[in-house]
Design a protein around this ligand. Structure first.
Ligand SMILES: [Zn+2]
Length: 284
């Protein structure tokens, strides 16, 4: 059972990719591991995000949807492939959204070598607005050396937040290490949210956890009300779940802010029914 005092806990950022050849497993096995981890930590619901690439280690949205079918404790967000040979077909993506199989879109500027304010993305934002689904955006440091980090700068999210006021945007990873810029974009725009995922790899070292907690506290001081826009998320399996719950506890939120960051804001952004959370409760 989790040591948290919030009513629920939603992890707004997990993956079913394989990250190392040595631990490569089929998607159904990664699903089993995810659910086991959620039970262990006391996570009620997880937002599962697919990749900007489809290969041996990165299952397609279709494969992930099938592996998670009938699983009430997960929500699928589809990662867009917007450059290169195998691009996402917007028509079939829209179909999956219309059918309720996909509840959000994830963009990978930087990894996929485009900035988020690229005019070609208008087609994506129109679909998001039409079907009222959020657009998640990778911001800040990238896991791949081949990515261009300038294109993933959080300040660029302000451009699209202003141009598409009907779209809810989620800045993933708080623009790490440009936390101050991310805080300004959040403070200024009511249609921008952020998850706190992926701020380390695996476990935190003591010093780095102090560093991250300090940066988060600075952001929160600047933003005023973090409960409104910040969401808990890990980036599992790149990040372990346990140290992240500990980080959440160390941020000195008021009870009300904790409820919002732990689950209420994510439930709102991804349209997850509260009664569904209650009935799908893991047993601890
Ligand atoms: Zn991620």
């Amino acid at each position: 059972m989790r040591p948290m005092s919030s009513r629920f806990l939603i992890d707004a950022h997990v993956h079913l990719n394989n990250y190392h050849e040595s631990t490569r497993k089929p998607t159904v096995e990664n699903v089993r591991e995810l659910i086991a981890k959620m039970d262990d930590i006391g996570v009620d619901h997880a937002i599962v995000i697919t990749s900007y690439k489809v290969d041996m280690d990165r299952p397609s949205a279709e494969e992930v949807i099938e592996a998670l079918a009938e699983n009430p404790r997960t929500t699928v967000v589809e990662g867009l492939r917007w450059r290169g040979e195998q691009r996402t077909d917007m028509f079939s993506l829209e179909e999956r959204i219309r059918d309720g199989l996909v509840k959000g879109i994830k963009l990978y500027p930087g990894y996929d070598h485009y900035p988020i304010n690229d005019p070609s993305l208008e087609a994506v934002f129109r679909v998001a607005a039409k079907h009222d689904v959020p657009v998640m955006i990778h911001t800040g440091d990238t896991y791949a050396k081949t990515a261009k980090v300038r294109m993933a700068h959080p300040l660029l999210v302000d451009d699209v937040a202003v141009d598409y006021p009907d779209v809810r945007f989620v800045m993933c990873h708080l623009g790490n290490p440009w936390f101050q810029d991310a805080a300004e974009v959040l403070y200024k725009n009511d249609n921008v949210y952020a998850d706190i995922s992926g701020l380390t790899l695996g476990e935190f070292t003591y010093d780095f956890e102090r560093y991250v907690a300090m940066r988060l506290k600075d952001m929160i001081t600047y933003m005023g009300d973090p409960g409104k826009q910040l969401m808990y998320g890990t980036d599992w399996p790149l990040v372990h779940m346990k140290p992240y719950v500990k980080l959440l506890q160390e941020l000195d939120f008021t009870d009300e802010q904790l409820e919002n960051v732990a689950w209420r804001t994510a439930a709102k952004v991804f349209a997850i029914d509260e009664s569904k959370l209650a009935t799908a409760r893991p047993r601890g």
